[in-house]
Design a protein around this ligand. Structure first.
Ligand SMILES: [Zn+2]
Ligand SMILES: [Zn+2]
Length: 488
């Protein structure tokens, strides 16, 4: 494809970048745009960003997959600040997109315009899960380097045909030596070429520890892998088998409690032999392991996984008793205690497990009984609590009702008292009226007596007095008349 120039986008390329950045940009539309003749998958916008970088920055995994399938260059480095798609992926905070970029061959050593790698950028913006994803990812290019002769070498240190199987081993997430040995059994070419493979791993440990950007997580892991390959090879030479003896010996538990002592010692030894004692991770791991007695928890494997992968991977309870693979759903039918990812793992563990299965079954039964008892106790306690709550509620209800009735009664009492008061008042008034009436009638009697007395003084009325009376009547008639005229 012709070299791209920044900012020279065709109409459809403009549309493509726009659609990638849209929140609801349709996948199909983008798919169709990529088929257009004037669309180059690695076209550069005015800041030198490719469509893949835009998609990575947006954390759009499906679009990234689509663009990579169309041949997008994961290491395009024309951005104004030399940001790569991997850097944009870490900025988005998407661990999935970060992993996708790594799987697509993103170079983790590339730096931006201020000399920061993607890991440093991710750490700087607090995307620690992305940092962990990069630190735990081993790039294919780092292995391919060893397939090319260097200096006076006639051939590379690593046969090219070993790259895929070795890459699979070094990118293993499950660090249980049984699982890793099973992988080696399925890729015996790594065991047959163990000298070359282990040597390359040693060189990679050195590279990771001496690089400007030290990665002791990767270094410890690679050193651990090299140790297992060397030991597996020794066993293979001894027994002339496909590592069956070696794997069984790792799974076998000690007599007293079935604890896989050989595995524990192997991991402890591998860590003690790590050549870079100044590594902080190593110091932490060794300190933790040496404070635990062999057979106690946490095991060396748990400590190693915790140190390398982070806490959340360490103590899953759905892991295979034999190989630590996740989602182990097959349980031993007798004890229902030991759990396995496959029948193979169960068979492998049987020689140890059979000594303890009966005991474990008893323990399981005890635990089960205890569990049922605890459940019953809990149920009883819950019921007790419920009853207590009911009582409380009833009491509350009764108290409320009582209060209401009391209030009602008090209201009625006040009403009755009011009525009594009123009645009393009325009675009082009536009594007063009666008194007044009595007084009046008494006075009336007195008055009539007086009138009688007065009248008796003027026993014979004279003419004048009648005339006066006539006059009086006359004048009152006149007053009546005048008031009538006034009112009209
Ligand atoms: Zn398993
Ligand atoms: Zn069992």
């Amino acid at each position: 494809m012709a070299a791209n120039k920044e900012g020279e986008l065709s109409e459809n390329e403009e549309k493509l970048v726009q659609k990638i950045n849209e929140n609801d940009g349709s996948f199909e539309e983008i798919q169709n745009l990529l088929k257009e003749k004037d669309v180059r998958v690695d076209c550069l916008d005015s800041t030198g960003m490719t469509p893949l970088q835009h998609a990575a920055f947006r954390g759009k995994k499906e679009l990234c997959e689509l663009l990579l399938a169309h041949g997008a260059d994961v290491n395009s480095n024309y951005h104004d600040n030399s940001y790569t798609a991997l850097m944009f992926a870490t900025l988005s905070g998407s661990v999935e997109v970060t992993r996708l970029m790594l799987q697509a061959g993103a170079n983790t050593h590339l730096v931006n315009s201020v000399n920061r790698t993607a890991t440093q950028m991710a750490a700087f913006v607090g995307q620690h899960q992305c940092v962990s994803a990069i630190n735990n990812f081993f790039p294919k290019s780092d292995l391919e380097y060893f397939t090319i002769p260097q200096g006076l070498e006639k051939e590379g240190k690593l046969p090219v045909q070993l790259v895929p199987s070795l890459l699979g081993l070094v990118n293993s997430v499950n660090l249980n030596p049984v699982k890793l040995s099973m992988y080696l059994r399925d890729h015996m070419e790594l065991v047959h070429e163990s000298y070359k493979v282990a040597k390359v791993l040693d060189l990679l440990v050195e590279k990771n520890m001496k690089a400007r950007d030290t990665n002791d997580v990767m270094a410890v892991k690679l050193h651990y892998f090299a140790t297992i390959i060397r030991l597996a090879r020794t066993s293979h030479d001894d027994k002339n088998d496909n590592l069956e003896f070696w794997i069984k010996s790792l799974v076998r538990g000690r007599d007293g409690d079935g604890f896989p002592e050989k595995m524990e010692r192997l991991i402890r030894q591998a860590l003690k032999e790590f050549p870079y004692v100044e590594s902080q991770l190593l110091q932490t791991l060794v300190r933790q392991i040496s404070s635990v007695k062999i057979g106690d928890q946490p095991t060396a494997l748990q400590t190693l996984i915790q140190g390398v992968n982070g806490q959340q991977f360490a103590m899953d309870d759905d892991t295979c008793t034999t190989c630590s693979e996740k989602d182990a759903i097959k349980k031993c039918s007798v004890c229902k205690y030991a759990q396995y990812c496959s029948q193979y793992c169960q068979k492998l563990h049987w020689s140890t497990h059979k000594k303890f299965c009966k005991k474990l079954a008893e323990l399981h039964e005890k635990n089960e009984k205890l569990r049922i008892k605890m459940e019953e106790k809990q149920k009883a306690e819950e019921e007790k609590k419920k009853i207590e709550e009911d009582i409380k509620k009833t009491e509350e209800k009764m108290r409320k009702k009582l209060q209401e009735e009391k209030q009602k009664a008090e209201g009625e009492k006040t009403k009755i008292e009011e009525e009594i008061r009123k009645t009393e008042e009325e009675l009082h008034k009536k009594m007063q009226d009666v008194k007044i009436a009595e007084n009046c009638s008494e006075n009336g009697v007195k008055l009539s007596d007086e009138v009688v007395k007065q009248n008796s003084d003027k026993t014979i009325p004279d003419k004048n007095s009648t005339q006066d009376g006539g006059k009086l009547n006359h004048s009152s008639e006149e007053e009546m008349k005048s008031s009538e005229t006034q009112s009209s």
